[in-house]
Structure formats: structure tokens, C-alpha cells
Design a protein around this ligand. Structure first.
Ligand code: ITT
Length: 217
């Protein structure tokens, strides 16, 4: 291609498809959500396509409040059907912490994991129960919101293991798989995870509300 070329690539189907905004700035979440939504007859756009979108403060005390606030605000800003995820890790021995503060628990994933393991260092095996919880909020362009929720139960391990996924995945051990979440492939994680399960419920809501057919047309 010469420097002056104005050639552009056009996806012939794209103009026919409605857009869905996946409203997250977390690349780990965005990857997992895009994989589950890939078979919908929609063009998926993300907040990377809307760099001017304002940041929505997570001031709620529940995952549901924060997910609803994010989905409604970004739907209003873009005028698009929008889904937002609010999620986190609930540790029973820490009375549900870090919970809605999971991403603000420490500045980086390794520091968050180190802080969690330090807090848990004297907690015996049978008291290390925990879960990931995910709430997906679906907002219409007019700002009407519905939510779907699910969990993934596990045990806080004594040390991190695995390099897949993101966030606290290396320290949540799943006894029935004999693996930490970060040792699962992306497909295995999406099949059983809090986010995969909540998102499949959200897909059914989207199909109905947006009038999408099952066969991709
Ligand atoms: P957005 O608000 O832009 O979506 P965020 O990372 O700030 O991104 P949350 O406020 O919902 O999102 O925080 C979720 C945090 O919970 C996330 O940063 C991880 O630390 C943790 N978390 C959620 N789901 C997880 C998963 O599947 N595996 C590991 N950690 C997870």
C-alpha cells in the first residue's frame, strides 16, 4: 500500500448489525466477555472505542449498585445497548472482604494477592472458603436496566499458582478441579466462572430485549 492510499477495510455485515457496548476498562474482563458474546449477531464495541467517555465512580456498597450505575451511565453517554460487570472476591474469614473493593484493595494484582495471603496466613484450611461474584447489568439506550448474577466457589490457597486469567485467579483453588483458577484455560474458566455463567444469563436477556434471533441474522 502506498503512503497516499485511502484504502479501508469494511466488514460487509457490520452496518446491518446493532452495536453492543461492553463497558469495562479491565482488559481481563473484556477478553472473557467478548469470548462469551462472540456468537451474538451484534457488533461488540468497548470503552476503548469511546476514549472521551467519563469515568463512572464506583460509590455503591453492592456489586449490583455499581454494575447498574456503570451500565446506565455508559448507555446514556453512547446511546447504545450496554452491559457492565461489577465483580470481586468475597472471603468468608474476612467477612466478605475485599468484596466491592477488590480492585482497590492494593495498587496492582501482585500486591493485592500478597496482601490477601498475608491477612489469611493464620487461617486454617477449613475456614478459607471464598467466592468470586459477578453482577452483569444490561442497560437499554433509554437507560432501563436489568441484572444477572452468579458465583464461583473455592478456597483461598496458601500460595499463587497458574498464569492464565487475571486478578485473584492465581489464589482461588477449586477443589473439584484440583486446580487454581489461573491454571484453567480461558475456555474452561468461562464454562464455570461467575462471569461466564452471569453473562450467559445476560445473553438470554439481550436476545429477548433486542429482538435478536438465535441463528445470527
Ligand atoms: P471496570 O470497572 O472497568 O469493569 P475493574 O477492574 O475496576 O474494571 P471492578 O470494580 O468490578 O472492575 O473490580 C473487579 C475486581 O475484582 C478485579 O479488578 C479483580 O481484582 C477482581 N476480579 C473480578 N473478577 C475476577 C476474576 O474473574 N478473576 C480474578 N479476579 C477477579
Amino acid at each position: 500500500m502506498t503512503e497516499a492510499s485511502t484504502e479501508i477495510t469494511v466488514n460487509a455485515r457490520e452496518p446491518l448489525l446493532k452495536k453492543l457496548l461492553v463497558a469495562t476498562r479491565n482488559p481481563g474482563k473484556a477478553r472473557e466477555m467478548a469470548a462469551v458474546l462472540a456468537d451474538l449477531p451484534l457488533t461488540i464495541v468497548t470503552l476503548e472505542d469511546y476514549p472521551e467517555a467519563p469515568n463512572v465512580e464506583e460509590t455503591g456498597s453492592t456489586f449490583e449498585e455499581n454494575a447498574v450505575a456503570k451500565a446506565a451511565a455508559y448507555a446514556r453517554f453512547t446511546g447504545l445497548w450496554t452491559i457492565a460487570d461489577d465483580s470481586g472476591l468475597e472471603v468468608d474469614a474476612l467477612n466478605g472482604a475485599p468484596g466491592v473493593f477488590s480492585s482497590r484493595f492494593a495498587p496492582s494484582d501482585p500486591e493485592r494477592i500478597a496482601k490477601l495471603l498475608e491477612l489469611m496466613k493464620d487461617v486454617p484450611e477449613h475456614k478459607r472458603t471464598a467466592r468470586f461474584r459477578c453482577v452483569i447489568a444490561i442497560a437499554s439506550p433509554e437507560g432501563q436496566v436489568e441484572t444477572c448474577e452468579d458465583t464461583l466457589e473455592g478456597i483461598i490457597a496458601s500460595e499463587p499458582r497458574g498464569s492464565n486469567g487475571f486478578g485473584y485467579d492465581p489464589v482461588l483453588y477449586l477443589p473439584e478441579f484440583g486446580k487454581h483458577v489461573a491454571e484453567l484455560s480461558p475456555e474452561q474458566k468461562n464454562a464455570i466462572s461467575h462471569r461466564g455463567k452471569a453473562l450467559r444469563k445476560a445473553k438470554a436477556v439481550l436476545r429477548k430485549k433486542m429482538g435478536l434471533s438465535e441463528n445470527g441474522s
